[in-house]
Ligand binder design. Structure first.
Ligand SMILES: [Zn+2]
Length: 290
């Protein structure tokens, strides 16, 4: 499922390929459930003629403010991809929707699982659920985490998946962040110490920053058709694999129905000093609104 790095990679792709400044000239929707608001007829009336001002991201949502004042919003769901290709280029598999542009190209929404979503709204708040702080914004702090987790008697793994707690984290980067922080996935939110919260904040930033750096390299190397998904995490997610830190066996369990990988040695079930480890923390790239 696309998480913050995949959605931000898509945002950067759409900016680089030149979507901002282009006008939509049409609407072709082939799977009606994707369109959440407005109706198809209203979308066909309102979108053509409008110009994309910029491409922004909030959590796992892509926002395209238009010169009409409305905002076109996309959520990639489980496996969605957005691409800009010439209109006369043959349709790839799983192409669900196309939005022709005024330069002979079109915005394409590919979606093999059909869980993607689209909105055209006057105010983004009409489409977005409550979202917590952006973890790669410079202001993301231990205090943010502390405020979000206060009083929550739930496993930290489940809390990290709550988009109102921190925006953009999904299953893979929750596991990676907890591994980098040396925190067991079942530790309760309220029970984490200030030192553990600081390590968790650093682990989240390191996991997401490292992933984005790899996506940036991949886009540059494989332009104009970079892969939509890379395996950018460091922990092995396979039976019999060893922890890259201590070489003991990785363990797997289910937390709130989500498959969760962790190292029982590096992520002890009870609070303790973590095994010393080296966080790979590249410089924090610029993300979000521009
Ligand atoms: Zn380990």
């Amino acid at each position: 499922m696309p998480e913050l790095p995949e959605v931000e990679n898509t945002r950067r792709y759409l900016v680089q390929i030149g979507l901002p400044g282009r006008r939509f000239t049409g609407v072709n929707i082939s799977w009606a459930n994707t369109l959440k608001n407005p109706s198809l007829r209203e979308l066909q009336q309102q979108l053509p003629g409008s110009r994309v001002e910029s491409v922004q991201r909030r959590g796992k949502y892509l926002l395209m403010p238009l010169d009409t004042g409305a905002t076109f919003i996309a959520h990639l769901g489980m496996a969605g991809r957005l691409r800009v290709h010439p209109q006369n280029q043959p349709a790839p598999p799983h192409l669900r929707h196309t939005f022709p542009l005024d330069d002979g190209r079109e915005l394409r929404f590919l979606d093999s699982r059909k869980f993607g979503k689209l909105w055209l709204v006057a105010d983004p708040q009409e489409a977005l659920p409550p979202l917590g702080p952006e973890p790669l914004e410079p202001g993301f702090s231990v205090e943010d985490l502390c405020l979000g987790l206060a009083g929550h008697n739930a496993p930290i793994k489940a809390l990290l998946l709550d988009q109102a707690m921190v925006a953009g984290i999904g299953n893979l980067y929750a596991d990676e962040s907890l591994f980098l922080a040396g925190i067991h996935p079942l530790r309760l939110g309220w029970d984490l110490s200030a030192a553990e919260l600081a390590r968790l904040r650093d682990g989240i930033v390191a996991a997401l920053s490292s992933a984005l750096a790899q996506y940036d390299r991949s886009r540059a190397a494989e332009w104009p058709d970079p892969p939509p998904a890379l395996e950018t995490w460091t922990i092995p997610r396979a039976k019999g694999a060893s922890c890259p830190n201590c070489v003991s066996d990785m363990a797997c369990m289910t937390v709130r129905s989500r498959t969760t990988w962790y190292c029982p040695q590096c992520q002890p079930a009870k609070a303790s000093q973590p095994v010393s480890r080296q966080l790979s923390a590249p410089t924090n790239p610029q993300v979000g609104v521009r």
